[in-house]
Design a protein around this ligand. Structure first.
Ligand code: ADP
Ligand code: ZN
Length: 217
């Protein structure tokens, strides 16, 4: 059993938060809340939220804090969050972290911990630009580090994988710049609150997953 179940995963794009979040949530029955996945699905649906978010997501910029925070606050009310949740990709600014705290207080809940995935920049670029995602189930693959059994095809659904447009080299670099400016300050922010546990994100998934379970136990 893991003790910490209401979690934030923090780290640069490409650090492996999403991959480990998918695995952890499946095994421990936690709700996986990936703001990137929700936004991409809203864009695909053409919803009001999707229309507002489209240009930011495509260019690798940040969607305005209020929009994402409202979206997360609503998602946290869903039944599957009762047992615990992993926020993957949120908060991404100090302001979002404050909004999150307010939203949690309002529903009588609180964070148990924040896991920081630490990795060097060159590895991040390498991972991002080699990333492929399933169109149907959002499972993340990587042509260098965790290739699917059959090239370009999801192991689970048998359908085609795609490269996210924002994983192109140029946009990936922009996203890392934005991460360093706007999101990295959350590391000292949560450290000060004594909530931060750090994982070496350069490790392979088989090695980092046990590390993750250790810090949550
Ligand atoms: P990654 O972690 O690989 O950068 P995500 O799938 O988490 O990718 O996010 C993709 C894009 O969605 C971001 O570049 C941004 O435009 C938008 N986004 C996701 N989460 C947030 C957030 N918390 N605040 C603002 N924008 C967000
Ligand atoms: Zn799939």
């Amino acid at each position: 059993m893991i003790k910490k179940r209401n979690l934030v995963f923090l780290g640069a794009p490409g650090a492996g938060k999403g991959t480990l979040a998918q695995e952890l949530c499946k095994e421990k029955k936690l709700a996986h809340i990936s703001t990137g996945d929700i936004l991409r699905s809203e864009i695909k649906k053409g919803s009001e939220l999707g229309k507002k978010a489209n240009s930011y997501v495509t260019s690798g910029g940040l969607v305005p804090d209020d929009l994402v925070a409202d979206m997360v606050a609503k998602r946290l009310l869903d039944n599957d969050c009762q047992n615990g949740f992993v926020l993957d990709g949120f908060p991404r600014t100090v302001n979002q972290a404050d909004l999150l705290e307010k939203a949690l207080t309002k529903i009588g809940r609180k964070l148990d911990g924040v896991v920081y995935f630490e990795a060097a920049e060159d590895l991040l670029i390498k991972r991002l630009t080699a990333r492929l995602v399933c169109k149907q189930c959002n499972t993340i693959y990587n042509t260098i580090f965790s290739a699917p059994a059959k090239k370009g095809i999801c192991d689970k659904c048998g359908i085609e994988l795609y490269q996210r447009p924002d994983d192109s080299l140029e946009t990936a670099k922009d996203r890392l710049l934005i991460y360093n400016e706007q999101t990295a300050p959350l590391v000292p922010y949560y450290k000060n609150k004594k909530m931060l546990a750090t994982i070496n994100a350069a490790l392979s998934k088989d090695k980092s997953y046990p590390e993750l379970i250790k810090v949550l136990s």
